[in-house]
Design a protein around this ligand. Structure first.
Ligand code: CS2
Length: 490
C-alpha cells in the first residue's frame, strides 16, 4: 500500500495542487456539514480563490453528527483529492483549502471557539434540506425536529444549526465582535432568507434581544450551488491511490462541471470565489428556480422511477430508452414554469443536464437521490406544479413524478422486497399508506398529512386525478407499464 497523503511533495505532475503556500494563510470560514458536496464545491472554489488572490480564508470544517470526516481528514492535515470525472477524462486535484476538521460531538469547545473567533468572517452550511429544522408553513422552527427540540431545551450546549449559530452570534455581540456572514449552500428556495427566518424565530425563544440583531446586522446571502457529487463508492479510494500515488482516506469523486451563483452581500469580506468561476448577482432566485426545478426536479423524478425499475445508478436510467424522453419532458415542463432569464439559454441548459446525468463515469445511486423526498419535492416538483397550474400549462410531468414518489413511499420494490425510505417523515408516510390499496386513498391520505403538499394542489380535482391515474397504473400494472403509457400519451 502507498504512503498516506499528508503533504504535497512528490505528487505526479498531472495532479493539480494548491497554487499557494498553505502555511501562510489563516482561517476565515467555518463550514458546518463537512460532507462530499462541500469538499467538491465550496472548498474547491476557495482553493481557487486562495491561489488567485490569497487572503486568510482557509476553512475549519465541522461535522454535526458523524466523526468520519474529521477522522479521515485530520491525519492528512486537511488535504484530500477531488477526482473529477467526465467523458473527457479523469483528473485528480488535491485541495488545500481545509485547515482542520472537527466533529461537534467530540470537540464542542473547539467548534464554539472557531465560531466565536473574530477571524471567522463567514459561516457556510451544507447540512441537507432536513438538517435545519424549519417549519415550511411558518418559516420558523419545527419543534419536532430533534436538534431544534434539544437546542431549545439546552441552548448552551447546541447540537444543531439554529442553536450553534444563535449562541455564537450572541457571544460575538457580547464580545464586541462583528457578526459573521451566514452562507447557506443547500438546495432550498431562497436559502439565505429561509435561514435568517429560522434563526430569528429560534432567537425569539431563547434570547429575544438577539432576534432583532440577527435581522438588522447579519447578512444571509442566497446561493445556487451545483455539482453532481455521488456518495463515495468502494472503488474511490483505490482510484485516488492510482492517480496520486498515495492513500487518501478522504478522497471523493464528482463531475467536472460546477456552478455557484451568489448574492454579493458579505459585509465582513469574502474570498475571490469569482476566480474559480463563481458568479455574483443581485438576485439568485431565477437561477435557483432553474436549478431546483430542472436539475433537481428531474433528478427526483428519475430516481423514483429508475429505482423501481431496478436501475442502480443515474447513468443506467439514462441508458433506458423508455425513460430518457420522459426525463426530457420533465426538464422541459420545469423550464416552462420559469420566467424569461436574459442571458440564459434554457434549451442548452436542458441539453447539458441530460449529458451530465448520462456521465458514464459517475456511480450516482438512484437510492441516494430518492432519500428525503418529503423535504425535496416541495421545491423541486410541487412549486413548479403550482406555477404550471396558474399558467394553464400541462401538469402531466409533475403528476407523474409525484405518483412515482408515492409508489416509492410504499417501501417495497415490485418484487416485494422492503427498503427504508430514508426520509425524516418515514414513519408518518408509512402509517398514512399502511393498508391503502387504491391510488385514490393513498393520495388522499398523503394530501391530508400536515405541511406536506401545497393546499392548492390538494384541493385541485384535476391535479388529484392526474396523479391518481398514474399511481393506479404503477400499483396495478407496474412502473414499466406506467412509463409506456405515459410515453404513448405524451
Ligand atoms: C440530488 C442533488 O441527491 C439529490 O437530491 O438531486 O444532490 C444533486 O446531485 C445536486 O444538487 C447537484 O448539484
Amino acid at each position: 500500500m502507498s504512503p498516506r497523503l499528508t503533504d504535497l511533495r512528490g505528487l505526479p505532475e498531472d495532479v493539480q495542487v494548491p497554487g499557494y503556500d498553505r502555511t501562510t494563510h489563516g482561517t476565515g470560514i467555518v463550514h458546518l456539514g463537512l460532507g462530499a458536496f462541500h469538499k467538491a464545491h465550496q472548498a474547491v472554489y476557495t482553493d481557487d480563490a486562495l491561489g488567485a488572490e490569497g487572503g486568510d480564508w482557509r476553512i475549519i470544517g465541522v461535522s454535526l453528527r458523524s466523526t468520519g470526516p474529521s477522522e479521515e481528514l485530520m491525519p492528512q492535515g486537511g488535504l484530500y483529492t477531488v477526482i473529477e470525472r467526465s467523458v473527457d477524462g479523469t483528473h485528480a486535484r488535491v485541495v488545500g483549502a481545509l485547515d482542520s476538521a472537527f466533529a461537534l460531538r467530540q470537540e464542542p469547545d473547539a467548534v464554539e471557539a472557531a465560531l466565536r473567533d473574530p477571524a471567522t468572517k463567514i459561516v457556510s452550511l451544507t447540512v441537507t434540506e432536513k438538517g435545519y429544522g424549519i417549519d415550511r408553513a411558518t418559516g420558523g422552527v419545527d419543534r419536532r425536529h430533534p436538534a431544534i427540540a434539544a437546542d431549545l431545551a439546552d441552548p448552551q450546549n447546541p447540537q444543531g444549526v439554529a442553536g450553534l449559530l444563535v449562541r455564537a452570534l450572541g457571544q460575538r455581540r457580547t464580545d464586541g465582535t462583528l457578526p459573521f456572514t451566514v452562507l447557506c449552500c443547500d438546495n432550498l428556495p431562497e436559502n439565505g432568507r429561509m435561514l435568517c427566518g429560522l434563526l430569528m424565530d429560534f432567537a425569539r425563544q431563547v434570547a429575544p434581544e438577539l432576534s432583532e440583531h440577527i435581522a438588522q446586522e447579519v447578512a444571509f446571502p442566497c446561493t445556487m450551488v451545483d455539482r453532481i457529487t455521488p456518495a463515495r463508492g468502494p472503488a474511490t479510494l483505490d482510484l485516488a491511490e492510482r492517480l496520486i500515488g498515495r492513500r487518501d482516506e478522504a478522497a471523493i469523486e464528482a463531475e467536472a462541471f460546477r456552478q455557484w451563483i451568489i448574492e454579493d452581500d458579505f459585509p465582513a469580506g469574502r474570498p475571490a470565489w469569482d476566480a474559480g468561476g463563481a458568479i455574483f448577482v443581485e438576485d439568485v432566485r431565477p437561477y435557483e428556480e432553474m436549478k431546483l426545478r430542472m436539475l433537481n426536479g428531474a433528478h427526483s423524478m428519475l430516481a423514483y422511477t429508475g429505482f423501481l425499475l431496478g436501475h442502480t445508478f443515474v447513468r443506467d436510467v439514462m441508458n433506458d430508452p423508455d425513460l430518457v424522453p420522459l426525463i426530457k419532458r420533465h426538464i422541459a415542463a420545469a423550464a416552462g414554469t420559469l420566467p424569461p432569464m436574459p442571458g440564459v439559454d434554457l434549451d442548452s441548459y436542458a441539453r447539458d443536464l441530460s449529458a451530465r446525468f448520462a456521465n458514464p463515469h459517475l456511480e450516482h445511486a438512484t437510492y441516494q437521490i430518492a432519500m428525503d423526498g418529503s423535504e425535496k419535492l416541495p421545491q423541486r416538483v410541487w412549486a413548479p406544479a403550482c406555477d404550471a397550474r396558474q399558467k394553464g400549462l400541462p401538469l402531466d410531468a409533475f403528476a407523474f413524478a409525484t405518483a412515482a414518489w408515492i409508489r416509492y413511499a410504499f417501501g417495497r420494490t415490485e418484487a416485494g422486497e422492503a427498503y427504508d425510505l430514508r426520509d425524516p417523515r418515514e414513519a408518518a408516510l408509512r402509517s398514512a399508506l399502511d393498508g391503502t390499496d387504491t391510488a385514490e386513498s393513498a393520495l388522499a391520505r398523503l394530501a391530508d398529512l400536515e405541511h406536506l403538499m401545497p393546499e392548492e394542489l390538494g384541493a385541485d380535482a384535476q391535479w388529484l386525478r392526474a396523479v391518481a391515474v398514474r399511481l393506479e397504473t404503477m400499483m396495478s400494472r407496474g412502473m414499466r407499464s406506467a412509463v409506456k403509457r405515459e410515453l404513448q400519451a405524451s
